[in-house]
Design a protein around this ligand. Structure first.
Ligand SMILES: Nc1ncnc2c1ncn2[C@@H]1O[C@H](COP(=O)(O)OP(=O)(O)OP(=O)(O)O)[C@@H](O)[C@H]1O
Length: 284
């Protein structure tokens, strides 16, 4: 499906070279083929929502792009580099430009928030402890956590605080792109909306590119510029929310026009963009 390009900004983004380009990628585990010749582009500065049925392979694609799963065939380019042809130093530079928030946060339980945020700094940079403390505290501010969260262990944080701490860690090296695996799962609707706003603000202020695996319809409607649907081991369709509402593929139809989506007004996103808030999304 062609992109429905709505704004000048989007037009400029889609004219730019993709930051991630996945071409004909196949991933198998033993005899199980999870992704079969899948292709997908991610453009600079966009928030891409990646959806699909449970077990379809969303996390597998994310992990494959990150180099955590092997692909059987196909090509992945990140920032223009073919990841099969990069040197070790180029690979490290690419890794440093990508932050990841894994499902459930995946913080180290024995480390406090400050130490968790410093993990990527220790892995990739050679900084003094004092500078690392300062940088980590800036990230704590950036994600809207109180400074007294710095010394807390993950077990002492609420679900929403864990997500924010994990996001702070994903942002530790000032990446160009962040991968978020179901970032709002387990949050109450208010916490989820606040987290969505945080993601949108970070994109707007830092020019981040966001690859978000999600099941959250509110996130898709409120912050995602584009949605890609995984099904039958490939990207079935991609486009705007408005495009999704016109798609006849049964799963996409059930997802966007089923019972849970019935209150969502397709015109609301345009109003939200015009007004710069997310309060207008759902009609009651
Ligand atoms: N390391 C692995 N070894 C073997 N099979 C795997 C591995 N990782 C994932 N799979 C299989 O790949 C399939 C896709 O899993 P994946 O976690 O990507 O689904 P998903 O679309 O993210 O699902 P959900 O929405 O439920 O999180 C599943 O059948 C899973 O069992």
């Amino acid at each position: 499906m062609a992109h429905a390009i709505e704004t000048e900004r989007e037009q400029a983004d889609y004219a730019a070279a993709p930051v991630i380009s996945v071409r004909d990628v196949t991933v198998s585990f033993g005899s199980q083929t999870v992704l079969d010749k899948l292709s997908l582009d991610v453009y600079p500065g966009e928030i891409l929502g990646f959806i699909g049925p449970s077990g379809a392979g969303k996390s597998v694609l994310m992990r494959t792009i990150l180099g955590l799963n092997q692909k059987t065939s196909g090509e992945i380019r990140i920032f223009g580099y073919d990841i099969d042809k990069v040197t070790d130093i180029e690979k490290m530079e690419i890794d440093m430009r990508m932050g990841v928030l894994f499902q459930h946060g995946a913080l180290f339980s024995a480390l406090n928030v400050l130490e968790n945020i410093q993990v990527p700094m220790r892995e990739y940079l050679d900084l003094s402890p004092r500078l690392m403390d300062e940088l980590a505290r800036l990230k704590i501010d950036l994600v809207g956590l109180p400074q007294n969260a710095a010394e807390k262990l993950p077990s002492e944080l609420s679900g929403g605080m864990i997500k924010r701490a994990a996001l702070a860690r994903a942002l530790a090296l000032d990446p160009d792109i962040v991968f978020l695996d179901e970032p709002t799962s387990g949050l109450d609707p208010i916490g989820a909306a606040e987290f969505d706003d945080l993601i949108a603000n970070l994109r707007n202020t830092m020019g981040l590119t966001v690859f978000m695996v999600t099941h959250d319809l509110d996130s898709l409607f409120s912050v995602c510029d584009r949605i890609a649907v995984l099904g039958k081991k490939r990207v079935l369709v991609d486009g705007s929310i408005e495009d999704m509402l016109k798609v006849d593929e049964p799963w996409v139809k059930a997802y966007f026009r089923g019972k849970r989506a019935r209150q969502i007004d397709p015109a609301a996103k345009k109003r939200r963009r015009a007004e710069g808030g997310r309060d207008m999304e759902a009609t009651g």
